[in-house]
Design a protein around this ligand. Structure first.
Ligand code: EPZ
Length: 429
């Protein structure tokens, strides 16, 4: 078990380079299974979620390997196996994409219900409804194994009751090679939805409207290989923007698409932080104080739920009462208990958190409850007086490439240690 040890108080200053988007890469890696040829995917983030998927592809009989730093070569031309048992998929939520990709290519798939970060019920009913509309039958076997089959997949009109990133992507996969046209209404509009559509189109698919509520997919007979570059990670960029503000720092965040960061920039500006946009970078600088604010998470282009733990942590440093409303997930405030351990004054009632900000956080031992909560606790450690230990950092490793190295490059005092290992000195630099 590894942990982070952080000595709070350092202002983050300098430049940081953002990696490829984790949530995009995990979809593109699975999409490559639909291609009868070689896909080269560039700018793949080196995080445990992408390594797990590389293993899954190799276990399924495809060939996936990093041929250069962040460059992944996937050859699924010889893939025959359509079964992904629980032991294979349990570590990663994005393995649910195997359902749409294998069903789309082979008209059958047997995939166990996936694992991933736990913040309440994570249903897949919309995925299954979409597959059914395209002509697939399914049964759920003992052990939560979803067995999907179709004689032939045929295009259909699908209205999504809830905006779902995963269901939108899975239905795009299954429809890409179905007969005729599929229309997805009330589709998710996240940047990675557009990235997945662009990837599939570059491999020969015909998908229009990604990034709007209505996506139209005309099925094609097959997809061919090619090379594609993953977009920059919106959530990693947002994390560094918030970390810069939280430490009253001054950071240039490079390799970003500023448009993807609009909701975050707007909230930081409202809080009195300086945000300056350039073509492919963004500068965030503190002004010595933070104003309170209310935040409501929403599907894109609203404020992303994945940055909710981070903005809430920042708001603990803003004098006055702020309210954060979580509109996407049922149970995404579990980390608040850990923040309270650090002296934060936050109360939670269902999906609403009330933050009485302005007090100083105090360094404490805390434990990550999921990926983004883990990153938020690291930011809390940077804001706090004294030493914070963040346990369970395997969650952070799922989605942040070289997190502590990037933070150290900005002046943070953070080290990774094996739990139980003693520091070499009283300060931890
Ligand atoms: C994706 O998860 C992301 N994961 C999550 O990021 C992110 O929090 C989430 O989208 C929302 O933005 C990946 O992209 C790999 P959803 P996903 O389907 O696709 C309900 C991170 O930290 N719903 O958009 O699983 C569901 O309960 C991760 O990087 C149904 O009701 O999320 C939720 O309330 C964590 N039925 C809402 O929709 C369904 O069949 C949004 O979920 C599917 C979802």
């Amino acid at each position: 078990m590894e942990k982070y040890v952080i000595l709070g108080g350092a202002r983050l200053e300098g430049e940081v380079e953002i990696s490829g988007a984790k949530n995009s890469a995990v979809a593109l890696i699975v999409a490559a299974l639909m291609v009868d040829g070689v896909c080269i995917i560039e700018n793949v983030p080196l995080v445990s979620d992408t390594y797990v998927l590389v293993d899954i592809i190799n276990q399924l009989g495809g060939r996936a390997e990093f041929v250069d730093k962040s460059v992944l070569k996937i050859d699924a031309s010889c893939l025959e196996c359509c079964e992904a048992p629980y032991e294979m998929v349990r570590k990663i939520r994005a393995s649910s994409y195997l359902m749409g990709a294998l069903l789309g290519r082979f008209q059958k798939a047997k995939v166990a219900m996936p694992g991933g970060c736990d913040f309440g019920v994570r249903p897949i009913d919309l995925h299954l409804k979409g597959f059914e509309a395209l002509g697939a039958d399914y049964s759920v076997e003992a052990g939560g194994i979803v067995d999907l089959r179709a004689e032939e997949l045929c295009g259909a009109s699908i209205y999504m009751d809830t905006v779902s990133v995963g269901a939108t992507i899975n239905i795009m996969f299954a429809a890409a090679m179905a007969k005729g046209q599929t229309i997805i209404e009330n589709a998710a509009k996240e940047p990675h939805i557009v990235d997945v559509a662009n990837f599939l189109n570059s491999m020969g698919a015909n998908i229009k409207g990604a990034g709007t509520d209505v996506i139209k997919i005309k099925g094609v007979k097959s997809l061919h290989g090619g090379t594609y570059t993953v977009i920059p990670d919106q959530i990693e960029a947002g994390t560094f923007m918030i970390a810069a503000a939280a430490t009253d720092g001054d950071v240039l965040i490079k390799n970003v698409i500023p448009k993807h960061l609009d909701s975050i920039s707007a909230k930081l500006l409202e809080m009195g932080v300086v945000v300056e946009e350039f073509d492919d970078s963004i500068r965030v600088a503190g002004t010595g104080f933070l104003k309170k604010a209310n935040v409501r998470t929403m599907p894109h282009p609203g404020f992303p739920t994945d940055l909710q733990p981070l903005i809430l942590t920042l708001l603990t440093g803003a004098k006055g009462t702020s309210i954060v409303t979580e509109n996407v997930w049922d149970n995404r405030f579990r980390y608040v208990e850990e923040l309270r351990r650090m002296g934060a004054n936050v109360s939670v009632d269902g999906r609403i958190a009330v933050i009485e900000g302005g007090g100083k956080l105090i360094g404490s031992p805390v434990s990550s409850t999921d990926l983004r909560a883990g990153a938020a606790l690291v930011v809390a450690g940077l804001m706090a007086d004294g030493v914070t230990e963040v346990f369970n950092i395997k969650y952070i490793d799922r989605g942040y490439e070289e997190f502590e190295k990037k933070l150290r490059g900005l002046g943070a005092q953070i080290t990774r240690r094996v739990d139980g290992e003693k520091g070499k000195s009283a300060t931890i630099a």
